[in-house]
Design a protein around this ligand. Structure first.
Ligand code: T1G
Length: 678
């Protein structure tokens, strides 16, 4: 095993260096190298002090997550940290980049810490369904107190170097990375003879029950369904009521429980799935990108304005086109209002708001799009309108410009056929609200050029989106899978379940809202034929009465002025009347949550299997990423395809068969062969 750890001497200071790209993850070779170098340095009488630093872009960014779930290879990180802290010579951590997880814990095991001003320290293990398993929950409270320890561990919130300096997690901050090593060596010399050596494990952490209670209360909703946050809180509390070693033992036991649980496996799956989704199997990572210096957006409605904000917020100028001055003014006004709302919460300065608005160019002139590198159409979901726009774009846009549609369902190839440059056409399906939702479906047309795709994926990362490539099919990946969920939810309503019962079952599963709450939010009237005399479904009946959803304070639910939903007696009547008019049997009263989940989410998994069969998604984990970031699927269940494996594909297929669904052949084959999706 080649060691990524070496050392160099600066006089009587030993500098131990890690060189383990990309993020100096603390894999087995690193741990072994650290142990060997620290042992040697501590034994060498000429060494008075030790500096620990990393090459590359960051100090240790944590344990090597790719090792988890595999046979353990020692030494344990705890042993490395123990060797550092219990040694009789000062060890100074020189931190740059992001000292995260085990990286932060190694730094806390050192006696002193120096960081660059841009560095951040954090223990984000909770985002992996874990907790700091190498002493972090015991050392942070002892240095910085319970309240900050809770934020850092149970929320996984990193802190800046300056904040760390203020609370004692760091002893010195240096302005630039260039001087970090020099300063660290000088500091090591400065403290070489200083005794006693400061050891976090020898400090005590004062109990703070009020902080714990307030923290639990403030985060109850956010932590709903998750196991790891509460385990982090319990470990932080343990740091205040028992000796370090007992607290560390409790932490270790709690860590192993989480590590062996389904939730952490799910969250680690998503960590890698999100990064894997950025790769397109037949598009090399070094494919040249096209320019994206100026973005044009057609349509100043809710989506167009939200999309514009993604670019404005990072300094990319936007030309926003609409056909009517009123719509354009309203669109610009909404963008400004959104920014000002963010500024009012202290998350943006007025200068930043003005800077963003300053590079937004509203226009009624289609020709203004000529100097845009990327044009995104975000108009009404009607094919003829889109094709007309793309035909006009073809005549106006400069050669090599990327022409994108924000369509959420329609055929990108057909849209591209309206141009003479189908290779420049791609789908960029943003999710509403487009300035906030992280998911971006990049829809690859038959002719879409590889450099267009590479540009779209790179741009997605630049604007903070999680991009997933979809093929051309109705509804792409997410909305296509949404359809069977809603069709079957309505069937259950016609059999006797109430919208509220179905939604509550989905919320209990971990979704942010159920199918009917979602429809009320998006608009029950989406896709309605607008003929109130034509009542062919419950939705038609609701729409005919103007029950178009939250925007009308009435949909599947009734809403008060603050949009709080209550089950609607009128909707119950509408459903009963529709059942009677349709000659349906008496409503069942024995529909359980389990049946609701099986009959709405198993068909969703089945659709995912079909999507994979047809090559509309590159891999099952891409589908999981779509559902986590586009629809709020609970990350502790890992996405629909990962979750299906945890349920058991044989169980799912048996249930689909029992309920009369047509099972995708690939799903049945996987169930029979025992080969899961993950
Ligand atoms: N282990 C293994 N690989 C990792 C890794 C890690 N900890 N962190 C990143 N990578 C890979 C990543 O998969 C990608 O690989 C490449 O590095 C660049 O990452 C004992 C148990 C550090 C802020 O949770 O938050 O310590 O796709 O694309 O956007 O208590 O990576 O190129 O092949 O994300 O610049 C705790 C996780 C672990 C930090 C950099 N640590 N990493 O972000 O690059 S558990 C974490 C990040 C632990 C201890 C516990 C980010 C980053 P590839 P990237 P980035």
């Amino acid at each position: 095993m080649t060691t990524p750890i070496r050392s160099e001497r600066e006089g009587d200071v030993l500098v131990v260096v890690s060189d383990n790209p990309p993020v100096n993850a603390l894999g087995a070779a690193v741990r072994q190298g650290l142990l060997d170098q620290m042992t040697a340095g501590l034994a060498d009488p000429e060494v008075k002090a030790i500096v620990l630093r990393c090459n590359g872009r960051t100090f240790f960014a944590g344990a090597d997550i790719s090792e988890f779930g595999k046979p353990f290879v020692g030494p344990d990180l705890l042993e490395v940290i123990e060797r550092i802290e219990s040694g009789d010579k000062p060890v100074v951590a020189a931190i740059h980049g992001t000292a995260l997880g085990g990286g932060c814990e190694v730094a806390l095991g050192c006696h002193y810490r120096i960081a660059t001003a841009s560095a951040r320290l954090g223990t984000p293990e909770v985002k992996l369904g874990l907790l700091p398993g190498a002493g972090g929950t015991q050392r942070i409270p002892r240095i910085a107190g319970v309240a900050l320890a809770l934020e850092m561990t149970a929320l996984g919130a990193p802190i800046t170097a300056l904040k760390a300096l203020a609370v004692g997690l760091v002893d010195r901050v240096v302005e630039s990375e260039d001087s970090l090593v020099t300063e660290a060596v000088a500091f090591a010399r400065e403290v070489a003879d200083r005794r006693p050596l400061p050891r976090a494990s020898e400090k005590t952490a004062a109990p703070d029950p009020e902080a714990v209670a307030a923290f639990r209360k403030a985060n109850a909703r956010r932590f709903r369904g998750f196991e790891a946050p509460e385990a982090n809180i319990a470990c932080v509390e343990a740091a205040t009521d028992r000796p370090f070693n007992e607290g560390a033992a409790f932490e270790r036991q709690s860590f192993m429980t989480l590590m062996n649980g389904v939730q952490s496996a799910a969250q680690r799956h998503i960590f890698f799935a999100e990064r894997q989704a950025a790769r397109i199997d037949d598009v090399p990572a070094d494919t040249p990108r096209r320019a994206t210096g100026r973005v044009g957006i057609i349509g100043a409605g809710t989506m167009g304005g939200g999309i514009a904000m993604n670019f404005l917020s990072i300094g990319i100028p936007v030309t926003l086109l609409d056909m009517q001055q009123g719509a354009l003014d309203r669109g610009v006004g909404v963008v400004r209002k959104n920014y000002e709302a963010t500024a009012s919460k202290g998350r943006l300065t007025t200068a930043q708001v003005e800077a963003a608005m300053g590079i937004l160019t509203p226009t009624l002139d289609f020709a203004a799009l000529a100097d845009c590198d990327l044009v995104i159409e975000a108009v009404y979901e009607e094919m003829s309108i889109k094709k007309d726009i793309f035909a006009r774009l073809d005549a106006v846009a400069r050669p090599g410009a990327i022409l994108a549609s924000n369509t959420s369902y329609l055929n990108i190839d057909e849209i591209a056929s309206a141009t003479a440059r189908p290779q420049d056409v791609v789908g960029l399906h943003f999710f509403s609200p487009a300035n906030a939702m992280k998911l971006l479906e990049v829809v690859r047309g038959a002719a879409t050029a590889r450099d267009v795709l590479a540009t779209a994926m790179a741009l997605a990362k630049t604007i903070g989106k999680v991009a997933v490539v979809s093929g051309v099919c109705y509804g792409f990946i997410g909305n296509r899978m949404l359809a069977p969920r809603h069709i079957n939810a309505m069937k259950l309503v016609l059999e006797g379940a109430t919208p509220d019962q179905i939604d509550r079952a989905h919320v209990a599963f971990g979704m942010p809202m159920g199918p009917f709450q979602m429809e009320d939010l998006a608009g029950v009237d989406i896709g309605w034929h607008r003929d109130p005399t034509r009542i062919e479904s419950v939705r038609d009946a609701l729409n005919a009465e103007g029950r178009w959803g939250q925007k009308k304070q009435a949909g599947f639910y009734d809403y008060d002025d603050r949009r709080n939903p209550t089950p609607s007696p009128r909707v119950a009547e509408i459903i009963a009347d529709f059942r009677k008019a349709s000659g349906l049997a008496e409503p069942r009263t024995d529909i359980t949550d389990q049946e609701i989940i099986e009959r709405t989410l198993y068909p969703l998994v089945n659709e995912g299997a079909l999507i994979l069969e047809e090559g509309m998604a590159q891999r099952p984990s891409d589908i999981d990423v779509v559902w986590i970031y586009g629809y709020g699927w609970p990350v502790y269940r890992g996405g629909p395809m990962f979750w299906a494996d945890t349920v058991g594909l044989d169980k799912i297929v048996a249930s689909l068969d029992r309920n009369g669904f047509e099972v995708a052949s690939s799903l049945r084959a996987r169930a029979e062969s025992g080969q899961g999706f993950s």
